[in-house]
Design a protein around this ligand. Structure first.
Ligand code: FES
Length: 171
């Protein structure tokens, strides 16, 4: 099979690596760059554990090829804090116990960061896209958070605390 030499820009740092062309971005992050904060759950786009930001938008890194991420800005959970200071969303997950075992947490946090930014920018959720496009999306209440975070599963069922953490971070 063919391999490619690529450079990936992750959390502001450029990494040069050679990968099999079929390598997912998730495996490149975890196995080639040793950024293991991004988790593998289902490896087929259904659980959200592998969520990262690609040019600021959420993406399931298990569904992206590493070679296709060249030239794009990849942000992982390791890139969220500002030095010793946690990202406000990370802090809210800590303050409001937005996790239980913690395995889904990096994906939840990456997703929540994007959810808050997308909502602030007036983007509708998929479910409300055609309801009232002229007035912008409904407020980021618990239902709206649940809808927008619905791609991130938590097998512990910590959803009540996750929603609370996202609401507090967004407030
Ligand atoms: Fe990518 Fe589950 S590991 S969505």
């Amino acid at each position: 099979t063919k391999s490619s030499a690529i450079s990936l820009r992750v959390n502001g740092e450029t990494h040069s690596l050679t990968v099999d062309n079929r390598t997912t971005l998730l495996d490149a992050l975890r196995e080639h760059i040793d950024l293991t904060g991004t988790k593998k759950g289902c490896d087929q786009g259904q659980c959200g554990a592998c969520t990262v930001l690609l040019d600021g938008r959420r993406a399931n890194s298990c569904l992206q090829l590493a070679v296709a991420a060249e030239g794009r800005a990849v942000t992982t959970i390791e890139g969220m804090a500002d030095g010793e200071r946690l990202h406000p969303v990370q802090q809210a997950f800590l303050d409001f116990d937005g996790y239980q075992c913690g395995y889904c947490t990096p994906g939840q946090v990456c997703s929540a960061v994007a959810v808050i930014e997308e909502h602030a920018a007036g983007w509708p959720s998929a479910a409300t896209a055609d309801i009232r496009p002229e007035t912008g999306p409904p407020p980021l209440d618990d239902n709206e958070i649940r809808e927008r975070m619905s791609g991130n599963l938590c097998r512990c069922g910590a959803y009540v605390s996750i929603v609370r953490a996202v609401a507090e971070a967004a407030a």
